[in-house]
Design a protein around this ligand. Structure first.
Ligand code: UD1
Length: 308
């Protein structure tokens, strides 16, 4: 079977490509290389079909979806602060690209689309853990864009002969996550600076919490979503580990793993930032059979060993 990974040269996308190849699938990747990097695909580039292009162009979307069984739509500009600075860029690579993919997928007879959705959709509501039935409350253009994409997935599953499902990722981390941009995920940044013996910068008091989800767990969820026998009808599933960790605690864990005692530098909080985040994963466990294999520490250990 041929599977399509949009944003396949990005962090999560490249791991999906690797896992699909291991399972014996034919894999096509489409990536604009705005945030993705071809080098993320180096070790398996010869085994895939690669299309460089912007999915906001319908021609690229049409080409990408031909002959495909399932689409993993990972392509996005994945950053809360970047979306605050350039909301139209987020929309261009979010809603517009997705609508092209969905429209062309229906025309090409694609079976299912699995969307990289985001826990940011829950916003800053005080109730924890976050359950899929809770009202959404986007606080950034990024969150609003991901939420709109979920809406389109549900709409398409109910309007056209295609199945869809949204996986709300909770702060995924692991190998190949770009540490080099001001918008990079916190674990990619902290591991990179602390490895060099430098102090990590915490925005705010460090008491904000996240449900950090190791990449292997996110990949597992995607494969389960692809294989699921019954229609998922645009359903939304939390994909996290199910444990809350503060940034101060994250620095303590990393100090222990690196054998360092680096004190964080505290700077003002970022606009659009969410205070606390924790996933209730029981729906994914019950419906998809999701069973996360790595908690924060075992994920960090594997990631650090791989990046040596
Ligand atoms: C949000 C989403 C997540 C999404 C991601 C895409 C929530 C709860 N999570 O992640 O689902 O995949 O956007 O980018 O909305 N921080 C520092 N120092 C740094 C970098 C970050 O203190 O050098 C802080 C941030 O201010 C934030 C936390 O670490 O409080 C996590 O930040 P980040 O890794 O960028 O992800 P979120 O914005 O939480």
């Amino acid at each position: 079977m041929r599977q399509l990974v949009t944003g396949g040269a990005g962090f999560i996308g490249s791991h999906l490509v690797e896992a699909l190849l291991k399972e014996g699938h034919e894999v096509r990747v489409v990536d604009s290389l705005i945030t993705g990097r071809r080098s993320n695909l180096d070790t398996f580039y010869k085994d895939i079909e690669f299309i460089e292009g912007d999915l906001a162009n319908p021609e690229i979307a049409r080409k990408a979806v031909q002959g495909v069984d399932c689409i993993f739509h990972e392509a996005a500009v994945p950053s809360v602060p970047r979306s605050v600075e350039t909301p139209l860029l987020t929309q261009h690579n979010g809603e517009i690209a997705l609508l092209n993919v969905l429209t062309e997928a229906v025309a090409a007879g694609v079976r299912r689309v699995v969307l990289a959705a985001s826990s940011s959709a829950y916003g800053d509501t005080p109730t924890l853990p976050k359950v899929e039935t809770m009202p959404s409350s986007p606080r950034s253009p990024y969150a609003a864009s991901k939420l709109a994409c979920e809406g389109y997935l549900s709409a398409f599953a109910h309007s056209y002969p295609i199945d869809t499902v949204s996986l709300r990722y909770f702060n995924v981390f692991g190998l190949r996550q770009d540490p080099g941009s001001p918008y990079s995920g916190v674990i990619a940044k902290f591991t990179t600076v602390m490895k060099k013996g430098e102090r990590p910068v915490i925005y705010g008091d460090g008491k904000q919490t996240r449900d950090f989800c190791y990449i292997a767990n996110a990949v597992q969820a995607n494969l389960l979503a692809m294989r699921h026998h019954n229609p998922l009808k645009g359903g939304v599933f939390n994909i996290g580990y199910g444990r809350q960790t503060s940034l101060n605690e994250l620095v303590r864990v990393l100090n222990r793993l690196f054998g360092t005692s680096l004190e964080p530098v505290y700077q003002p909080s970022r606009a659009g930032d969410v205070r606390d985040s924790l996933a209730d994963i029981s729906k994914a466990v019950g419906v998809l059979g999701y069973c996360p294999t790595h908690d924060l520490e075992s994920g960090l250990r594997e990631f650090l060993a791989q990046s040596e």
